[in-house]
Design a binder for this molecule. Structure first.
Ligand SMILES: [Zn+2]
Ligand SMILES: [Zn+2]
Length: 183
């Protein structure tokens, strides 16, 4: 799934490189169209890497005491003297055992299949930044793609063109026809 994520992002950027950049530089050659998208992509990859590799807060016998002091038991979801059957110690409040990674994690959130790592108290900041930069990258992709299409339509007077229908009739281009043709 990690490879799949990287592949999807790279494929998206291949479309940007081969289909959009030539249009952008043809009509807006004075602007720089590369630096910002590359900055967004590398920031996202950085936080993806950190989410994959950073310690989520694995609980071991040596740090158990430290993690046990952070949260109090609420006697609703978390009770004292709850033992992890695998790790053989008393689970601190808000910790949980991940069966995939086979470890107890401090302030466990979930096991993410995309990062192949747990999201826990110590790496949640990287995970949230990963999600935020990902949403931003996707939104920027939508913006750049639509900007490309509008630029192409404007510079080529597409909306002033006419269409020859199958019936032999000629009609002015509508927004739908232009969109269909561009895509
Ligand atoms: Zn896990
Ligand atoms: Zn455990």
């Amino acid at each position: 799934m990690q490879l799949m994520f990287v592949l999807i992002v790279l494929l998206g950027h291949a479309v940007f490189l081969f289909d959009m950049l030539p249009i952008l530089y043809k009509y807006e050659f004075e602007k720089n169209h590369v630096v910002f998208p590359m900055f967004v992509a590398f920031t996202n990859f950085f936080f993806f890497h950190m989410s994959c590799t950073a310690d989520p807060g694995e609980i071991t016998p040596s740090n158990l005491e430290k993690y046990s002091d952070i949260y109090k038991f609420d006697y609703k979801l978390y009770y004292p003297k709850t033992f992890c059957r695998t790790c053989h110690f008393m689970k601190p409040a808000r910790s949980k055992h991940c069966s995939i990674c086979d470890r107890c994690v401090y302030r466990f959130d979930h096991h993410c299949i995309w990062t192949n790592n747990d999201v826990g108290g110590l790496n949640v900041r990287y995970f949230i930044m990963f999600l935020l930069t990902l949403v931003f990258m996707a939104a920027n992709g939508v913006y750049v793609a639509s900007h490309c299409l509008f630029l192409y339509v404007e510079k080529n007077d597409i909306m002033k063109a006419s269409v020859l229908l199958n019936s032999g009739e000629i009609q002015p281009v509508t927004f739908q026809i232009a969109f269909q043709w561009l895509v």
